[in-house]
Design a protein around this ligand. Structure first.
Ligand code: AQP
Length: 326
């Protein structure tokens, strides 16, 4: 049976983009009627330390993301929910893969170049991030890895490392196929629609980012300030093709189950987007509020899932250690 593996990094408070582009599909995949696969879903807390971070903020964000996993409907009876740092095999295998990777191939990684650009110094962990990601994947021996364009280069590196390791030391890893996921919604920043809506947008500079836990009045205010266009004629909305901001609002509306039929003004469009987004967020926020009152339950779910991951990954790590000569 195939395995679905998805990780979400607690690098900021989760966004509507994370829900529409990731969580919704993860919830669907855990339904055996839709996808007969084992599901492993993790909070990749180690990946949240590749750029400057505040330990207290990180701890709170990890707790929020774990709670959101359950609030969006991920079900511990159907999916293994875990925390990357609680499964030491991720770090241990990463080191063996660092002994397999070359500096030249890591320095070419686009994300390393982009996130490091203009910084006076960059952390070694930003440089080695794709190797830890390769360990995240290879430990679970998935046969297919669905990946969007921004992570494709990293999964190609994962394949290269797995192949190189297998050729040098013996067949330990499954080399996963890269599959392009069914076009998920890609939500753009409401203020800068050329850019993806990102959870790591700095608080205070995130007017274009709808957080999953933003209350309705905050959603309304952010959508009201979304950039559109100076064209306000009656056909303003219908001629949206070339206007990134308006196209984004129409996409969000559709992804949240709303309809643009009969809408001709930006004001009406924004009202419809707000209503549709709030209707998606409200039930999640309600479950979140209940779960936030029971942090021991959330911790117990992730402890049990992480224990399961330690069992599943132990033989793979042991095989890699033995093959490499330890
Ligand atoms: N704007 C988005 N629209 C659709 N899907 C999105 N995802 C992220 N942003 C959007 C999807 O959410 C998952 C989270 O993956 P991640 O935690 O590895 O981080 P990311 O992809 O780098 O997402 P962010 O929110 O942009 O985080 P930062 O700001 O830290 O880089 C993935 O499945 C992603 O496709």
């Amino acid at each position: 049976m195939n395995r679905n593996l998805s990780l979400v990094t607690p690098s900021g408070r989760l966004t509507l983009g994370n829900y529409l582009g990731a969580f919704r599909g993860m919830v669907a995949s855990q339904d055996p009627a839709i996808d007969r696969a084992d599901c492993f879903y993790g909070v990749s807390d180690l990946h949240a330390m590749t750029t400057a971070h505040d330990p207290r903020v990180l701890r709170d964000t990890i707790a929020e993301v774990m709670t959101v996993f359950l609030a969006v409907g991920l079900d511990p009876d159907r999916a293994v929910l875990f925390r990357q740092s609680a499964v030491p095999a991720h770090r241990e295998l990463a080191y063996l893969l660092e002994c397999t990777a070359y500096t030249g191939e890591l320095v070419r990684m686009i994300q390393y170049k982009e996130k490091g650009k203009g910084q006076p110094s960059t952390r070694v962990s930003l440089y080695t991030y794709p190797v830890l990601m390769a360990a995240d994947i290879l430990l679970y021996r998935p046969t297919r890895v669905p990946v969007g364009n921004d992570q494709r280069q990293h999964v190609e590196l994962t394949r290269d490392l797995a192949t190189r390791f297998n050729n040098a030391y013996g067949a330990v890893f499954t080399v996963p196929e890269i599959v392009t996921p069914a076009a998920g919604a890609r939500v753009m920043d409401l203020q800068e629609p050329a850019r993806k809506m990102s959870k790591s947008a700095a608080p205070g500079a995130d007017g274009g980012v709808i957080r999953l836990l933003d209350p309705p009045d905050v959603v309304r205010r952010k959508v009201a300030r979304a950039v559109t266009d100076s064209d306000t004629g009656p056909d303003a909305v219908r001629s949206a093709g070339h206007k990134a901001g308006v196209t984004n609002l129409l996409d969000v509306l559709a992804a949240c189950g709303g309809s643009a039929e009969g809408i001709t003004t930006y004001g009406a469009l924004k009202a419809a987007v707000t209503d549709a987004a709030v209707s998606v967020l409200e039930p999640i926020q309600k479950r979140y509020a209940d779960l936030a009152g029971d942090p021991a339950y959330v911790a117990q779910v992730f402890d049990a899932g992480s224990a399961r991951c330690r069992e599943v990954t132990a033989p793979v790590l042991a095989a890699a250690e033995a093959a490499i000569g330890l």
